[in-house]
Design a protein around this ligand. Sequence first.
Ligand SMILES: [Fe+2]
Length: 296
Amino acid sequence: MGLTGLRSVELGVTDVAAAARFYTEVWGLAQVAAADGAVYLRGTGAPHHVVALHPRATAELLSVTFNAGSRADVDALHVAVKGAALGRPAALAEPGGGYGFAVIDPEGRIFRVIAGDARHADATDVRGRPRDLAHVVLNSADVPRATAFLVDVLGFRLTDQTRMMDFITCNDHHHNVAFAHADAATLNHIAFEVPDLESVMRGAGRLRDHGYRIEWGVGRHGPGDNVFAYFIGPEDFVVEYTAEVERIDASYRVGRPDDWKWPPGRVDHWGVSDPPSDRMKAAQRKIRFAAPTAVA
Ligand SMILES: [Fe+2]
């Protein structure tokens, strides 16, 4: 029974058209569908879409969607989540379709589990453009409880713990989700995987051309060993280009906080990056999960 990966994030924004312009013309996604006021955006990879932009009165995170291997896996996971499910598995009416259900975690986050959704046959890497989602980092006031829900109920695996975060995965990527210690359940950031380091640099240059400064990076993380550059997108969603995310197998040894100590003053593996900007740190506390009733 299992999840196979991170498919998409569903974002509530006050100005769908402006956000869609950023994610297509600047960030490098492409519009694949529009329906009921929402816009659906794909990367160059196989997932039907990786971002859905829904019109809302305030910027908020509506849900995070994972793929399961099959409809039978969806049904099995629905049983596993018990009373946390928001309804029964059903065919999804949205673009991309599929069969799935939503579940609410102990801090009110909404995750969706779907199988059988549309995949693009023309998946191919394009330098400088996002392939798909790499991970979402979610702030939590109770990281052990947040991690336990995804590990014990949805079958994730813990790969590393630092003083700041728990890193967890549902496939061979070092992490698809991380929970960051914070005072509330908010969105920390959304990371998009680009093909290589060159693509992180080209993407960062494109953002600068459009007037977006690099808020953190370019650098290389410890856990996951991935290269990163962070930006503040429309409505203060923090977005990351990342590449070279470590792929792991069953032999990966779970790291603990003592394994991930930098020399004083260092905030990335190379030692070339300044710390995150204050603007980014503020934005990383702003976006909350929508109440369950707001989920389409
Ligand atoms: Fe990240």
